[in-house]
Design a protein around this ligand. Structure first.
Ligand SMILES: [Zn+2]
Length: 686
């Protein structure tokens, strides 16, 4: 659900996949709308994205180190440069050993010390390779798999369904009982982003597969494995069998299909093959009696593979993943090989990002809230927090009025929806309570060890939640993340400080433009509580149907209409957007934009909006929205996004305007134009 931008999901999944920072943030200092960036030769009713952004698209070159580039990247670039400065200042401060400042300084500097990394060669990988070598039977295999389990997936908040390990863990409130934490287990194990990369018979995908095979062989060679080509073929064959067992991205997004409670004894019966007790023991999961198994058929299939596939193939598979996973902190030959596939082939970039940008990522991953605390102290003044809170309050009020006025909804359902809205906990800028990193050991000069320990620290932090009361103050995004998120089970929102910056949120321009940009994001995140899966949770966060059957039917009919609307978009011949896979995000876009629009009108108190840059208030609102989505993508990355992401590509999101009556009047949109919808076909879910 719950993120409105997609640039980070994949970034965390496969670090080299997406280059996040551009060379120059040309428009980051822009105030107001970018009129020269528009293309007025395009009719707004035919292609609103191109009308608002066409000249910008033509003149913008995607930087060589990235697969896509747009507003989100501009802001992330600025934020990363500021973050790097803060970290470098921490490193220079000679803070006492063991202090948080010293840790971020050492984490960053170690990562930057390429000489030390080169000198160590593959020796940091040795313990892992020895553990793999020592696997002598199926029980040892299960034990090894248990040691690889990480808290690296997230079903409902940041929505990351990808883990390179065979399984991934998410610890969150039980969907049936939001008063307790449950361990959620997800499918994983693929080196390619999603099952269709293995199974799609098209020529393009076949080409990606053959390059992947060459990449696996090259990595195995680098790890010193003889006969790498043949052994890589067996590894890719194993991953292909995993892909056949996997649930699709669309199925994985279905909360009702995912909420399967298995008791510990169920695993041996429902998913025979793996020695589950050995697995759980090695994973430190000896206590929980109940798990939530998100893709049960995949667990059956993956578990069977652990018994059926030769141990030798598994060991080669582990070797490949061990070296791949840590490629960023291994010698240059490994990094270059990793980039040649994940950077070039999968995202279309032609050169890796600057090392310091990866170092910022690594420090953010390891010590995110230490960095975040420094970031907000320097860059997020109390006045901006207050201004953002005011805007949130206005949009919440507009959303409440919308619910009250829904003519199709019964009074009972309406009361439940209003109760849910009233209990929404909105976090702005940063968490009320910061995370404690005391137990995390960061060693100067040990980039590999730091990455390893940070990952285990995060895993242990999540395991510790089990059996304890729910911490409702926890955030799932750092303040320096350019994104926003809805946590449906917590019934909470996080708006990190980094997205509350120009050009999303800018004190120097007319408020209406902020409503069209960050206002629509705020509305979007609020609406997630009421999208196709968010609306299944009640005010307490419990998965609980609070709808009357008639109301639910009406809601689903509108949702189906929206599915059709997005299914019809075809970015490439033969590849259309999956309206079902992106439904939650599309509902949030429509409802969020409508609420932001209402809030902006309310803020005028009946007066007309002043003309600015020759544009009416409504024109400023919708153009600001469309310009906040400007982004240009390389084909491989865009294809990947369509297959793996819950969001429609950025260039299609401004088309949401076609569901709002006010847009038609603002731009004289007429029947016959490509985006025109008759009033009956305009989707008004909320
Ligand atoms: Zn979203």
């Amino acid at each position: 659900m719950r993120r409105f931008l997609s640039l980070l999901v994949l970034c965390l999944a496969i670090p080299a996949l997406l280059a996040r920072v551009p060379k120059a943030g040309a428009a980051a200092s822009r105030t107001g709308l970018d009129l020269p960036g528009m293309d007025r030769s395009v009719t707004p009713g035919d292609d609103f994205f191109a009308y608002a952004n066409g000249a910008w698209i033509k003149r913008t070159n995607i930087p060589a180190d990235r697969g896509s580039y747009g507003v989100g990247h501009e802001v992330a670039d600025l934020t990363d440069r500021r973050t790097a400065d803060l970290i470098k200042a921490a490193a220079a401060s000679k803070a006492p050993a063991g202090s948080d400042l010293r840790k971020i300084g050492d984490c960053y500097t170690s990562f930057m010390d390429e000489k030390a990394i080169e000198a160590k060669g593959l020796s940091p990988l040795k313990p892992a390779l020895q553990a793999i070598e020592a696997i002598g039977d199926r029980q040892a295999l299960a034990h090894y798999l248990g040691t690889t389990l990480r808290a690296d997936v997230d079903v409902l908040n940041a929505t990351n369904y990808y883990t390179p390990n065979l399984f991934g863990l998410w610890v969150a409130q039980d969907l049936d009982d939001p008063e307790r934490y449950a361990p959620f287990l997800l499918q994983g194990g693929l080196g390619l982003p999603e099952r269709s990369y293995y199974l799609d018979p098209s020529e393009g995908m076949a080409a990606v597969r053959s390059q992947y095979l060459a990449h696996v062989a090259a990595m195995l060679s680098l790890a010193g494995i003889p006969d790498a080509a043949a052994r890589a073929a067996a590894v890719v064959e194993l991953e292909t069998r995993m892909a056949q067992a996997h649930a699709s991205r669309e199925e994985s997004g279905d909360v009702l299909k995912g909420n399967n409670h298995w008791i510990r004894a169920d695993f041996a019966k429902k998913a025979p093959g793996l020695d589950w007790e050995a697995f759980f023991g090695a994973a430190g999961l000896t206590q929980p009696e109940v798990f939530v198994v998100w893709q049960p058929a995949a667990f059956t299939g993956l578990s069977a593979l652990t018994a059926a596939v030769p141990l030798g193939t598994w060991k080669d598979y582990f070797t490949f993943h061990a070296i791949q996973h840590r490629s960023r902190v291994l010698p240059k030959a490994v990094r270059n090989q990793s980039f040649s596939f994940y950077g070039k082939v999968l995202s279309g970039a032609s050169k890796p990002r600057d090392r310091w940008k990866y170092a910022v990522d690594q420090t953010n991953e390891a010590l995110g809230e230490v960095v975040g605390k420094a970031y907000v102290a320097r860059y997020f003044p109390a006045s901006e927090k207050a201004r953002a809170q005011k805007m949130v309050a206005n949009i919440l009020a507009a959303f409440r009025t919308r619910i009250e006025r829904l003519d199709w909804m019964s009074v009972e359902t309406q009361a439940k929806a209003l109760a849910k809205l009233a209990t929404l906990k909105v976090g702005v800028g940063y968490p009320d309570r910061w995370q404690d990193y005391q137990g995390l050991k960061i060693v100067a000069g040990d980039a590999f060890g730091n990455a390893e320990r940070a990952e285990r620290f995060e895993y242990a932090r999540n395991l510790r939640k089990l059996g304890h009361p729910i911490d409702r103050s926890e955030w799932v995004m750092t303040p320096q993340t350019v994104n926003a998120v809805n946590l449906p089970v917590m019934n909470a929102l996080n708006f990190p400080a980094a997205i509350l910056q120009p050009p999303y949120f800018d004190p120097k321009r007319p408020m209406v433009m902020d409503y069209g940009a960050i206002g629509a994001v705020i509305g979007h995140e609020i609406s997630h509580s009421f999208d196709d899966s968010g609306s299944l949770f009640d005010a307490s966060g419990k998965l609980n149907n609070w709808w009357t059957p008639e109301d639910l039917k009406h809601f689903q009919t509108s949702a189906d209409q929206l599915v059709k609307q997005y299914d019809a978009y075809q970015p490439f011949p033969g590849l259309h957007i999956n309206g079902r896979q992106t439904l939650g995000e599309n509902i949030a876009d429509v409802a969020g934009l409508a609420a932001a629009y209402d809030a902006y009108r309310l803020s005028l108190h009946g007066k007309p909006a002043p003309l600015v840059q020759g544009l009416t208030g409504d024109q400023q609102f919708f153009l600001s929205y469309a310009q906040s989505w400007r982004e240009k993508s390389r084909e491989p990355l865009l294809r990947q996004q369509i297959l793996t992401d819950g969001h429609a590509p950025a260039a299609y999101r401004p088309a949401t305007v076609r569901n709002l009556d006010a847009w038609y009047a603002a731009f004289q949109v007429k029947p016959g134009q490509a985006l025109y919808l008759s009033p009956a076909d305009r989707v008004k879910v909320w």
